[in-house]
Design a protein around this ligand. Sequence first.
Ligand code: NAD
Ligand code: DAU
Length: 343
Amino acid sequence: MKTLLVTGCAGFIGSNYCRYVLKRHPDVTICGLDALTYAGNLSTMEDLEATGRFRFFPGKIQDEVVVNGVISSQAVDTVVNFAAESHNDRSLLDAAAFIQTDVAGVFTLLEAVQRNNVKRMLHVSTDEVYGSATESSFTELTPLAPNTPYSASKAGGDMQVRAHHIAYHTPVTITRCGNNFGPFQYPEKLIPFFITRLLDHKKVPLYGDGSQVRDWVYVDDHCSGIHHALLHGFAGEVYNVGSRGECTNLEITKRLLELLDRPMEMIKFIEDPRGGSHDRRYSIDASKLQSIGWQPEFEFDKALEDTVRWYVDNQDWWRAITSRDDYRQFIERYYGRYLGEDL
Ligand code: NAD
Ligand code: DAU
């Protein structure tokens, strides 16, 4: 691995992965490709560019000219795909971009990997492709049963990966992880949305009774899991990434209130905007990845505390987002009728 193409490098996990790799591999250069959608930020990549070993290319993963151009001109030998439309609530409003990026974009990358003889591709998927867990945890053999337009688009991308490997022996591996949290996460996802609202003394909208369970993973553990699967996993295989972080949304919210010293009255229980598509529980069995030598490192409470501190200390980063018209419009459009005067 000498020259890595990281797609989605201006987003949350993609940028953290670039940080992770640049720190550990002084001999590696990263080409970052990102379409700079609402979720991608130039400011998120400032420290990456300062290393001198990161070069940014603006563009869409479904644009074959751009993708083939970067891979061939930069002699890319490895591709890690983070680029995606990633938010369930937005997919319920309009799913078209999800299909373009999460399915057609993945196909374009696979074709380019094959055409340019790239040595290995890692496709970052999600535990949501399995649908909702009942008593047991998801293994890689759990059937796919996605319930939102977002998770269905991710499942579509996974199936393209599977078929490409079977049909053409394309050297590609999939990882599937649970809910991430950490620095640089766009403030629409539960944890950064609630932290940033609470810092501004605004109420937080908890869907239903808050009893849904998510399996939380600190972003650096996700990055190390992806990197381990890339270096030590097998092509054509799927590896779950998780650190046994199951917790209800209400528990997480109470923890955030404690950390930010806000009262329980800051929670506003709202009718569930996701309705029947809201998965009740995610639960990940990551023993397959552990059997090839990976271990998560981070302790949930400490990582959550560090994440809260990051948002307290980096208000310039997130206020540049929350003050934008497109951000406010989404919040008004999606939460207006539920939050009323607490918007
Ligand atoms: P994000 O929304 O923060 O970032 C996505 C990035 O992709 C943005 O920078 C955006 O500009 C870019 N992008 C979108 N469409 C593009 C396109 N067509 N071409 C090029 N770039 C495009 O998402 P994230 O939370 O960092 O998630 C990254 C990946 O990890 C996604 O594939 C997601 O499905 C997966 N994942 C996320 C989580 C999580 O909890 N956030 C958990 C498991 C898996
Ligand atoms: O499980 C992996 C997935 O985790 C990733 O594939 C997705 O990209 C990522 O966005 C995340 O999906 P979720 O839909 O689980 O994450 P989100 O942070 O949007 O919501 C987490 C839970 O919190 C979910 O049960 C809905 C609830 N919620 C969310 C928001 C934004 C609320 O109760 N109120 C809110 O305002």
